[in-house]
Design a protein around this ligand. Structure first.
Ligand code: SF4
Length: 59
């Protein structure tokens, strides 16, 4: 699970369709990336709120 969604997420849903393997789903209260994430990076590019970061960059 290389990418995670931070609390900056506004739950807009833009990233969901960007993921070719459907790894992003609606969470409570923000969206979540599942363990199946294989680091395509498409979701991070799609997110206008910069809410998707590499797990290793989370602080
Ligand atoms: S695109 Fe960004 S702000 Fe929108 S649901 Fe995904 S992570 Fe949240």
């Amino acid at each position: 699970m290389p990418y995670i969604i931070t609390s900056d997420c506004t739950a807009c849903g833009q990233c969901v369709e960007a993921c070719p393997i459907g790894a992003i789903s609606v969470g409570e209260p923000i969206y979540v990336i599942g363990e199946e994430c294989v680091d395509f990076e498409f979701c991070q590019i799609e997110c206008d709120d910069d809410a998707i970061v590499l797990k290793s960059e989370e602080d």
